[in-house]
Design a protein around this ligand. Structure first.
Ligand code: CA
Length: 233
């Protein structure tokens, strides 16, 4: 299991990252201070660091410089405000591997985490399965039975969350925060809309509605016998 150090002093974002990463099978440790970040990166065996630039103690940039001064090649993904472009340039020079600008969706961050871990050979899962449904994490296509289905970025992200939690009932709020990030509008019906898109593409039965609780993809999801495409919802 890959271990990720999260250096973020904003509690809401730290806990959003921690929950999302844990749900996706990563082990996480959170620190909220720049000195603690550099020390944790030195003293403990992490596979990747998510580093906020605006940290108390020493800022993220200095923590990054300290990590790199020790010759540590630990992958570092920097979190930075969208308007802090000069910081990003400075971060690149100091050896950040990637950037995510705030506000970000969990999907975006997760894709970058996976990409960096792939570079270091830590992430080897390439397919997720639930019965007859297979999601290929490299091509981002789904296969159901013998049928290959093209997915939009959001459809893919939503299906990925379901397939990482087979048989779990996932609430609308959980799906919103996983796929649409922490800036979602809680009143939005976007989850319902995308569940409908996925059903249209994969078959009505693939995503089950659990009344009053949320949605579930069964680990034994079977390909349907008839064509589902175009069937009304
Ligand atoms: Ca901060």
């Amino acid at each position: 299991m890959a271990r990720i150090l999260i250096a973020e002093d904003e509690h809401r974002i730290a806990s959003f990252l921690e929950k999302g990463l844990r749900a996706n099978g990563f082990a996480t440790v959170v620190v909220d201070d720049g000195h603690a970040a550099a020390a944790a990166a030195r003293d403990s065996d992490f596979d990747l660091v998510i580093l906020d630039l605006g940290l108390p103690g020493q800022d993220g940039m200095d923590a990054l410089a300290e990590i790199r001064r020790r010759g540590d090649r630990l992958p570092v993904i920097v979190l930075t405000a969208r308007d802090a472009v000069p910081d990003r340039v400075k971060g690149l020079e100091r050896g950040a591997d990637d950037y995510v600008t705030k506000p970000f969706s969990f999907e975006e961050l997760l894709a970058r985490v996976r990409a960096r871990l792939r570079d270091t050979g830590k992430e080897e899962v390439t397919q997720l399965r639930a019965g007859g449904l297979v999601l290929d994490l490299r091509t981002r296509r789904a296969t159901i039975g013998s049928r290959t289905v093209e997915l939009s970025a959001r459809e893919y992200a939503l299906l990925e969350v379901f397939l990482r939690h087979p048989d779990h009932v996932l609430s609308r709020e959980q799906l919103l925060s996983h796929v649409w990030g922490y800036d979602f509008d809680p009143g939005s019906n976007i989850v319902e809309v995308y569940v409908r898109y996925l059903r249209r593409k994969l078959g009505e039965h693939v995503i089950e509605t659990v009344r009053g609780m949320g949605y579930r993809v069964s680990a034994r999801a079977e390909p349907s016998t008839g064509p589902d495409d175009g069937r009304s919802t």
